[in-house]
Structure formats: C-alpha cells, structure tokens
Design a protein around this ligand. Sequence first.
Ligand SMILES: [Ca+2]
Ligand SMILES: [Ca+2]
Ligand SMILES: [Ca+2]
Ligand SMILES: [Ca+2]
Length: 384
Amino acid sequence: LARKVNTACAMCSYSTEFCANGEAANRHPHFPQYNYQVQVAENQPPGTSVISILAEDPDGGDAGRLGYTAARSAFEIDPRSGLITTRGIVDRETNERYTLLVEASDQGREPGPRSATVSVHITVLDENDNVPQFSQKRYVVAVREDVRPHSEILRVSASDQDKDVNSAVHYNIISGNSRGQFAIDSVTGEIQVVAPLDFETEREYTLRLRAQDNGRPPLSNNTGIVSVQVTDVNDNPPIFVSTPFQATVLESAPIGHSILHIQAIDTDSGDNARLEYRLTGTGTDTPFVINAATGWVTVSSELDRESVEHYFFGVDARDYGMPPLSATASVTITVMDVNDNRPEFLQKEYFVRLNEDAAVGTSVVSVTAVDRDVNTLMVPCREQ
Ligand SMILES: [Ca+2]
Ligand SMILES: [Ca+2]
Ligand SMILES: [Ca+2]
Ligand SMILES: [Ca+2]
C-alpha cells in the first residue's frame, strides 16, 4: 500500500504527492478554465468543429499523456486533440443548450490514472429554418352585410419555431381581395372590413394570406385561407314588377275565380325576401280577396256591373325581415258586362186614344224600353 505524503510544490500550484517508494506520485491534470461557453450554429454538417479544449498535466510521460472523453451526446470529443465536434446535425428548435462534461485522464500508474473534468456549455445559434405556420388550416367567419367599415372581423396568427427576427411574423392578403374590401394588420393579423359589403352582390370571399418571417432570407407561408361568409340583412324592400295593376273580370265570374296575379320581388334572401300580400283601402263590400302568400286576387262575392263597374284599391307587399320592409301599389279592376238584364218598358201599360178615321200610317204611340246592360241593341218586334 502506498503511503501518501503531501508537500507543497514551490514552483507551481500543484501539490505533490510522494509514494511510499519515494517516487513522485502521478499528479492530476487540470483545465485552465473553470468552464467553457461556446456557440455553434444549427444545421451544420456532422463533424463541424465547436471548440478545442486542452487540459494541462504537470507530469511527463504516460503520467502526463492526456485522453479526453465525454458522455455520449449530440457532440463528440476527439480523445487525443480535445476537439469537440458535432456528431450529427444540431437543431436549435429541439434543444438550444447543451452541457458537456469533459473528462481528461492521464495514463499514470503511480498510484493510478488521474483525471479532471470541466463543463462545456454549448449554445446552439438559430438559423431561419422554420416557415411560419397558421394556427388554423382555414379560418371561417360570418359577417353581416351591414358591418360597419373598419370593424375587426377576425384575427389570424401564425407561429414560427425559430427565434427573434427569424420568428417575427408579418401578414399580407395575397388574393381574393380584388375589390379591396378587406385589410389585414401586418403585425397583429387583425382583419378588418374596410369597404361596404353587399350580400346581394357577393356572398362569400376567399382570402389567401401570407405569413412571412423577418429572417434573412425570409421564409413565407402562402397557404392561409380565410373564408368570409356574408350574411343577409333585410336591406331591400319588395318592388312591384309592373304597376299600377289593372284587370278586368266578367260580372258573371264565379266566386274563387282568379283575376290578377300581384307580384313583387325582393332581392334579399330567406325571410328577408319572403313576402306577404294584403289589399288596402278595401271595404267589407269589396268582392275581392288576395292570397297572402301567392298574391293571386280572386272573386270573393257576386259581382254586378250594373251596381259597381270599377274598383280601386291598394295592395301592399311586406317581407318577413326584422324589421319588415314593404311596398304599395294601386289596383284597378273593371267589371265587364254580361247580358244579364232583360229590356224593360218604361210603362207597364200604354193607353191610346185614336180617331176612327185616322189615316193609315198615323203614329199611334211611342213605346220605350231600356236595358241596363251596355251596348244592347234593342230590336222592336211584334207578337205573332
Ligand atoms: Ca422562421
Ligand atoms: Ca431555427
Ligand atoms: Ca340583403
Ligand atoms: Ca327584403
């Protein structure tokens, strides 16, 4: 067994040990720095040099011949030169900091090999190797057509796994905004409507977005999709196609007979365009009704031209929007004559006085008959 004796070395900081046999004992190697800080760029080819670290050993021969080792990691150290190199491709986004514990060992035998360790802190520097990624493959947003300009409708975001400027993203609309109705804040990703929308003109917009980082060179992603679905607002009143409405009907028309089709159009959609028709300015004696849904005007009670020949009233078309919009028009219906009246003599009986010597051809009496129908030609006739 070796008996150790410690004495201070006058020339150096090492303590010198002596073995029992009086030979100088193998002394420890020692690294000149307490630790090492070093940086390496990511994505370098395997074998890229990182740093060379050398320990010092006060001994000569095998007792001063150093070999270097480190635990297996993304880096390796040359056992002879102490050069640390990359083992594979280093990816900052996987791991940005490594600490390598490097051991330097001599090959002394008295009493055995001595070693020293040092920490090597390796920081991986970022390279712009990641493209910004949108948080969603497709953004869908519904917007009322009456949205106020400069209203925010959506905020998109894209993240970038790199660091600092390599991950700072800005946004652009690259297509689908030909009429300039949308704008995107390049920094925040906020999308605004900047010009009025109109559901009746365009119901959907597909905007394609680009997210680009500030790396050199920059990387960009052009796959952002925003689907803007415009929703209808009741902003169009019904419009009557042909006004005023005029129609004729035979006074003999049966109840239920269709006379006139009242129609209005409404360029909105759904309930905003669904119409209800109503007659206005009519009384209980008006012999017509309208089908609220279809707009067909039909006879609802017996007609008699000889009582009323012309009807004037109004019609109203109203949509089911909230609030509803409406339009009005006038309707004229003329009742056409049918020969439904007999001619009537003005007097039931005529008494005539005639001289017995009246000459042939003398006027005896003038009889008059009337017919309440129109354009009735009355032909005198004698009973056989
Ligand atoms: Ca990037
Ligand atoms: Ca990177
Ligand atoms: Ca509308
Ligand atoms: Ca409407």
